[in-house]
Design a protein around this ligand. Structure first.
Ligand SMILES: [Zn+2]
Length: 73
């Protein structure tokens, strides 16, 4: 029997959402480890990399918002 395929909100990887999967339902197993949850991001990133990634995420959020607003106007 197949499990539903979810996309991890942290790393964007697809994963099977198993009933016994620990952590959040919207995070893949790698991003559900205590260390990953504490860091709030991929483990092993330097502060610079983390900052760069949050800027990328921010840009992505802004682009998404622009798309949503454009639909209204
Ligand atoms: Zn992940």
């Amino acid at each position: 029997m197949a499990f539903p395929i979810k996309t991890c909100v942290v790393c964007g990887e697809e994963f099977e959402l198993r009933p016994d999967k620990p952590g959040f339902a919207n995070r893949c197993p790698e991003c559900s480890t205590p260390e990953a949850m504490e860091a709030g991001d991929k483990p092993g990133l330097s502060p610079e990399e983390r900052k760069a990634q949050s800027e990328v995420n921010e840009a992505r959020r802004r682009a998404m918002r622009d798309l949503l607003y454009r639909k209204d106007s």
